[in-house]
Design a protein around this ligand. Sequence first.
Ligand SMILES: Nc1ncnc2c1ncn2[C@@H]1O[C@H](COP(=O)(O)OP(=O)(O)OP(=O)(O)O)[C@@H](O)[C@H]1O
Ligand SMILES: [Mg+2]
Length: 571
Amino acid sequence: MAGALLLICSAACDSVAVSMFSTVVDSALGAGDLTALWTPATWWAGVAVLSGVFVFGGEYLTARSGERFLLRLRTRVFGHLQRFSPDFVERRRHGDLLARLTDDLDTVERFVSSGLVHVVTSLFSVIFFTCYALYLSWELALAAFVIAPLFAVITRQFARRINDRSREQRALNGELTAILGEDLANAAVVQAYNRQQSEERRLYAAGVRLLKTNVAISRLSALYSPVVHLAETVCVLGVIALGTWEVAAGRLTLGGVLAFAAILSFVYGPLQQLGQLRVMVSAATTGSERIVELLDELPSPADLPGARPLGRAEGQLRLRSVTFRYPGARRPALDQVTTEIRPGELVAITGASGAGKSTVTKLLLRFLDPDRGAVELDGVDLRALTLESLRRNVALVQQRTLLFHGTVRDNIAYGAVTTGHREVVHAAMAADAHQFIIALPNGYDTIIGEHGHGLSGGQCQRIAIARAMVANAPVLVLDEPTASLDDTTVERLLVPLRRLASGRTTLLITHDLRLTAIANRVLVMADGHVAERLPAASSPPQPIHADRGASPGGVRWSGAGDPRAGFPMSP
Ligand SMILES: Nc1ncnc2c1ncn2[C@@H]1O[C@H](COP(=O)(O)OP(=O)(O)OP(=O)(O)O)[C@@H](O)[C@H]1O
Ligand SMILES: [Mg+2]
């Protein structure tokens, strides 16, 4: 706002400067009188300095408030995005989401900050100079402003075309960012399958489409200026012809005509800017449409009215006839699942791929809500609890440890907001991670890459265990924490996992018999049902068909004995 005011002041200064110009021409230049020059010249120089100061202040303040606006808008949109379930985010192409949070927001910012300010200042400039022009000669002024409707027609034609292209441009920009993001994330697969060239071609093809759209937009923009300029020239020539006639008739001085010509350059500039603003509005509209599209999506699991915070839970979990079907799926991922886990119990869930095990974990963290039935913690439906307090009570360790680019310490401390160094080291010791961490080049301050670059799979998992330790939640959800790790690594994880689970209600999803062995009970899932329940000590031996088990036949174990004692592996 202050920026706009300063820019308006600078427009006022410019009109004073033009009036000085007229005085200089008539009293000094026309009369050949040098002494008459000093006063208007001093005024002229004075307002020029003042105008410069106003322009500087105005542009600076406008840019600063624009950047602040962008920061607030981005934070707001990102905050909204954070409330979507991970499933929603994973369904969308990350690159496209990124483009919306960066480039699309940028177009909106450009319009709102500089765009709107320029509308206001341009309008004021046009008003100042029009008044002055009318004061000098209303006949000339009318001739000069014939151009205004012409501007409007030309601009409308251009803006419509640019609008269509901008929409294309935003979508293509999203696609390009998405391809880049995918390629960087999947670098190993791309190289292992020698697909670098096909990826380059894919990126090139998307780049060519973007190039064509950008060139089309530039062509339209480049054409806009000369067309407008031509219209201006015709008007200026008309004004000069009329001016010559007025001077001849003695109704206007030469200084008046020249001042008029100067005014035209000051008026046409802002008029052009107003026209270009329509073009800017087009880009901002398409950008904001893509942002509003995101804001319009309602975060799926949200705090329901009357949701209450939960203190530290006892840890009793219950699924009551839970049925859940993913949007668009033919059959439910979970069908009438009923089970109960007592506080402090360690229950393993096993079963074939696609049986619905991970879906159970998503329901426990309320990444998803059941279609029918209910999931309860301490006898309370999860939907009656605030999401924040629920997730404070449930810690998650997944198969693929998600790490952030940062120090080992930060990644462990991520488990709880206020975590000191002592807690981090303590958790790392319990997770059997302390030894390898202190052997890293900078110990706890070693920077690890986004996907745990620089660490082995087992080390990543131990960091994940330490992170869950730090969270110190009464309920623990482990979704295949040892999948894709070799036998020795798994063996080494058993003790820290057991430590982590001790004293917490633990749901351990695994295909690994060494892990089911540490469980109090084993549930077997198949096709969205809890198919078998094996009481730990007295269960009869049952083969578990795990289509991604380590054994060639897909049968991980068959044999007698107590699951806690460990099952013999099939060859
Ligand atoms: N986001 C999703 N959208 C649609 N269907 C899904 C989605 N996630 C899982 N499914 C489907 O739901 C079913 C259960 O999936 P879930 O991930 O729970 O299986 P799982 O038992 O964890 O398998 P795995 O052992 O392979 O991890 C599967 O048929 C799967 O194809
Ligand atoms: Mg799974």
